[in-house]
Design a protein around this ligand. Sequence first.
Ligand code: MG
Length: 203
Amino acid sequence: MQLTINPETIKGFLHPDEGARLYDLAADAARRGPCLEVGSYCGRSTLYLGTACRKHEQLLYAVDHHRGSEEHQLGEEYHDADLYDAAAGRMDSFREFRRNMDAAGLSDTVVPIVASSPVAARHWNTPLSLVFIDGGHSEAAALADYRSWSTAIASGGFLAIHDIFPDPADGGQAPWHIYQLAMASGLFEPLTSTLTLGVLRRC
Ligand code: MG
């Protein structure tokens, strides 16, 4: 894995081991079709996934409204003042995201889609080889992301979900709930997880 910039220079919450796993999954998946992530934020996961896609001259769609999740809003636990657009009175991580993609040389690989999942997915008709879900962590947001994209995954494709905490004492439950939904659907088989990164394969 050869990254053009240090992932630690990109704001984000992805562990290097989880990033390396995403890279490996995308390096495999990108031989078969485009990949898509939800919840790009400043582009740390996008760096790992996008670098693997570029190796195969494949595309990575990066879906994020860039207005921040619940926990990023003003006064919340993960608020980052650098990403607050005071004039608009809203979060805006897109400028930082684009700067990082330019620095990483990924502008011709990563296709940003600045919209919510349900809006971006409304007319989506392209089979995906990998979907990585790391968007909002409320039950409603996680469910919307799962419903929007899980049906687009081609047979043999991967579904990766970040922040899986089976024990409520360790963290929020919404990502774990959509992981369980995927399992209950009968459409996915579980693969080995990497830290909090859950991974399934579409049957
Ligand atoms: Mg996350």
